[in-house]
Design a protein around this ligand. Sequence first.
Ligand SMILES: [Zn+2]
Ligand SMILES: [Zn+2]
Length: 177
Amino acid sequence: MIGAESFWSDGHQELFPCEVCGRCFAADVLARHGPICRKVFNKKRTPFNSLKQRLQGTDIPTVKKAPQSKSQPVKKSNWRQQHEDFINAIQSAKQCMLAIKKGQPLPPPPAPTINPDYIQCPYCMRRFNETAAKRHINFCKDQSSRRVFDPAQTAARLAARAQSNSSHTFESFPSVL
Ligand SMILES: [Zn+2]
Ligand SMILES: [Zn+2]
């Protein structure tokens, strides 16, 4: 106790406050005291924290937010189903075209996998609800019977349309300007 008293009254010693406990010490004493005090203070104060920090192997308890990309398996399966349906539609369309070419009766439309309530048009493979499907399929049937699968005729019609399109464009150009 006497030593402490004489220490404090010693005018030659400049005192520095301990960062941890706030008590004042001379520089050389603080140099010894600091690490010990910090150690003790940490032990007392944050036993769990220090343990955790040791386990993590880092001094700074930074909040590491691992960016988790939210993958949605539901969407994926839906995509797969749509894809399968798409493949089915293409295959049945091919069969349909083949049947039309050969003059055979059309194959039945593929079983719908996405919307069971919807009816697929066997001609264009689009889906419609019941009322729309009735109207559409009649229309589409008519269209597809008129829509020729004769390559020569189709080509001729395409050529004619292209010609009329291009001539139309050329004619309309000056009027636009
Ligand atoms: Zn201290
Ligand atoms: Zn159709």
